[in-house]
Ligand binder design. Structure first.
Ligand code: PHB
Length: 368
């Protein structure tokens, strides 16, 4: 039996977790079609992983316009809410806890994925140097460069905030224990945060106080909808360049965001390391250390860790809990493996996105 720090219980926001092992949000593109509806297969997959201290669901579109990849689930139709109930019931029955990650992709989308073939929305009409994943009318599917977006006029921003509030309401109705606002990885909220994608001249662009405004309005809407700030988290990816975002001064941008978040007493701040997509990010460790020191709440760190480096991140004070992405795909019994000091299965990259049971619910546990 291991005495790894990851196995110690902790209170995170309003939840008591039996361990500090978090299942990271992971896109798997296996919602039922048509309608992007979560179904029994997804419930089985999440329940297999209910050993996590907390599961954070795959990114889930809060509105039809928020979708950027074929077959990702939504939480904006009655069928989707009912479908998610299968997952939350199964996870709770298995003794687990699960937050929903609320997603709007902004400009990381394609006219083929948008209602009436419209242009995706963004802070500014600047096309991302990034790809999304589309299905054609004939059923064929493939990666595609993102479409040219249209800039959201100021008058439409309250509607975006309301879409997050509605997503939060729907997630809670579906039985989730809380929500995570996805403000990372080059999606809509990160597009507002980062100086390169946000060239607005209204009160939502330009100086840092303006670029963080939409994120904070969304966080506040989620908190007031849930009615408990300890059930709302936020995920950011400082210095990340995935999906074509770039910020001129991540220390300034994210320090200011954190200063504002400190007064909101959220469940957690979730930081994902930029190198999860490869590449080197000089100065990230120093940036992370500075942000950790500025943030007064609890921090989830995610990206490329194992049982030892995960425990070390907590022991050194850098993180309070640690999230595992790819390891949780391949190891449904990740906590038992940490307890036993056992080897971890490797993922099969070919079955990450789309498909059904294979590479999803059939990874072996220690018991076979
Ligand atoms: C993806 O689908 O590739 C994806 C989704 C959400 C993320 C990152 C990547 O935060």
């Amino acid at each position: 039996m291991s005495d790894n720090t990851l196995l110690k219980p902790i209170r995170l926001g309003s939840l008591d977790l039996p361990n500090r092992v978090i299942m990271a949000p992971l896109t798997r593109q296996r919602a039922q079609q048509p309608g992007n509806i979560p179904h029994q297969l997804n419930a089985t997959y999440y329940a297999q992983r209910a050993n996590a201290g907390l599961i954070i669901s795959e990114a889930t579109q809060i509105c039809a316009e928020g979708q950027g990849y074929a077959w990702t689930p939504g939480v904006h139709s009655a069928e989707q809410i009912a479908g998610w109930k299968l997952t939350t019931d199964a996870v709770h029955k298995a003794g687990g806890r699960i937050f929903m990650q609320l997603w709007h992709v902004g400009r990381i989308s394609h006219t083929l994925l948008q209602p009436n073939g419209a242009a995706p929305v963004a802070p500014s009409a600047i096309q991302a140097k990034a790809e999304c994943y589309v299905q054609e009318a004939d059923g064929s599917h493939h990666k595609a460069p993102t479409s040219m977006p249209r800039a959201l006029p100021t008058e439409e921003l309250p509607g975006i905030v309301e879409a997050y509030a509605q997503g939060t309401r729907n997630a809670m109705e579906a039985g989730f224990d809380g929500v995570e606002v996805h403000a990372a990885n080059g999606y809509l909220l990160d597009q507002f945060l980062c100086s390169d994608s946000n060239q607005r001249t209204d009160s939502y662009g330009g100086r840092v106080e303006n670029r963080v405004r939409l994120v904070l309005e969304v966080v506040d809407a989620a908190v007031s909808t849930v009615g408990d700030s300890g059930r709302v988290g936020i995920r950011i990816s400082p210095m990340g360049t995935f999906n074509g975002v770039d910020d001129a001064n991540p220390l300034e941008t994210f320090s200011h965001l954190i200063k504002e978040l400190n007064s909101r007493q959220l469940a957690y701040l979730h930081i994902n390391k930029p190198d999860w997509v490869g590449g080197t990010y000089e100065g990230f460790d120093e940036l992370l250390q500075a942000l950790r020191e500025q943030y007064s709440g609890q921090l989830i760190l995610c990206g490329g860790m194992d049982a030892n480096s995960g425990a070390e991140a907590i022991d050194s004070g850098l993180a309070d809990v640690v999230a595992f992405g790819r390891p949780y795909i391949a190891n449904p019994d990740l906590v038992a493996r940490i307890q036993a000091g056992a080897e971890w299965n490797n993922i099969n990259p070919a079955t990450l996105y789309g498909g059904a049971e294979i590479g999803y619910t059939d990874y072996p546990t220690l018991n076979g």
